[in-house]
Design a protein around this ligand. Structure first.
Ligand SMILES: [Zn+2]
Length: 337
């Protein structure tokens, strides 16, 4: 690593120069030299181009992986298919760049500006976009799996959907390795995404972000050993925080079957029109459904002891609660908000 030759300066010299960017006297000459070197395919992997003005250059397919590009200015440049894997891009200016198919895997884009940039098919996996500015940035088909979003300005971004965050394998990898701070920032990121999706009329994606946000909230409560974790878990199981109606159908079925088993094993019911009739298993299922839905015809009734009455009453209570919850969840999921 070469140090800048300017007296008293301790900064690292930039690539193909003896000075740092601040102490290069003829910057336009340096830019020309750099452009020539890039044209001649000089190896640029891991080089130092910190703060350098690289604006309006044609850098398609350039390999700048692991390079130090902190506070570099790329505005208006073409970085099509560029390799920026694990690059240091802190505070860099990538506004109005063509970043189609660029690879940012693991790179640090903290406080960078991506305003108006085109990121079609770009790979931002494992990248850090903390406090980055993504307004008017086109993220069509960009991969944002495991990307760190925190205070990222994405309300004005274009073509963002939940698909950006999907990944076939390792679905749970990102959430369960998070520490407390990571969960907190993820919760905030999902909240921002939710407002983005709502503002853009993508209610299904908003529902996904809302579910993720609540999941982060629950994980945080769990880490803090807060007892509010329990009701949160139950709501997740029952209805996915009002975002997953099919969960209520499943848990209702489970409750009905559980009560059927209890009634059956305790021989809890009698058939009123003919007291000698011995109820069979289908009668128990029927009785359980009629009780759960609070219909209560009265052809089958609980035997008149406290336990059997309590069982029937508790099922009716749970049934009424879950039917209400089901209607609420359906309305929430399928109505425009
Ligand atoms: Zn210097």
């Amino acid at each position: 690593m070469a140090i800048c030759r300017f007296e008293g300066c301790k900064a690292e010299a930039v690539f193909a120069s003896e000075f740092c960017w601040a102490h290069i006297e003829n910057r336009s000459a340096y830019r020309e030299k750099l452009a020539t070197l890039i044209k001649e395919n000089a190896p640029l992997k891991g080089v130092n181009l910190s703060k350098v003005d690289l604006s309006n250059l044609s850098l398609a397919r350039v390999d700048l992986s692991e390079a130090n590009l902190a506070r570099a200015n790329f505005s208006g440049s073409i970085l099509f298919d560029a390799n920026l894997k694990n690059a240091e891009l802190l505070g860099s200016n990538l506004s109005d760049c063509d970043l189609t198919s660029a690879n940012f895997d693991g790179s640090d884009l903290t406080r960078s500006s991506l305003q108006g940039a085109r990121l079609w098919h770009a790979n931002l996996r494992n990248a850090t976009l903390v406090e980055a500015n993504l307004s008017r940035c086109d993220l069509w088909n960009a991969n944002l799996f495991n990307t760190r979003l925190w205070r990222t300005d994405l309300l004005q971004a274009i073509s963002l959907s939940k698909k950006n965050f999907h990944h076939r394998a390792n679905k749970f990898l990102s959430t369960y390795r998070l520490n407390e701070k990571g969960i907190l920032s993820a919760e905030e990121a999902y909240r921002d995404l939710k407002s983005y999706f709502l503002a853009n009329g993508r209610y299904d994606d908003a529902s996904w972000a809302s579910f993720k946000e609540k999941t982060m909230e629950r994980l945080l409560l769990k880490k803090k050993k807060n007892l509010a974790y329990l009701p949160s878990s139950i709501m997740n199981l029952l209805c996915g925080y009002g975002e997953k109606p099919h969960r209520i159908v499943l848990s209702s079925f489970f409750v009905i079957m559980l009560y059927t088993m209890a009634y059956f094993m305790l021989k809890a019911i009698i058939y009123t029109p003919a007291l000698r009739y011995r109820p069979v298993i289908t009668d128990y299922i029927y009785y359980s459904v009629i009780t759960f839905t609070t219909v209560g015809y009265g052809d089958f009734i609980p035997k008149s002891t406290l336990l059997f009455r309590f069982l029937a009453a508790s099922e009716a209570f749970i049934g009424a609660f879950m039917i209400g919850l089901f209607i609420f969840t359906l309305a929430r999921k399928y109505s425009a908000r």
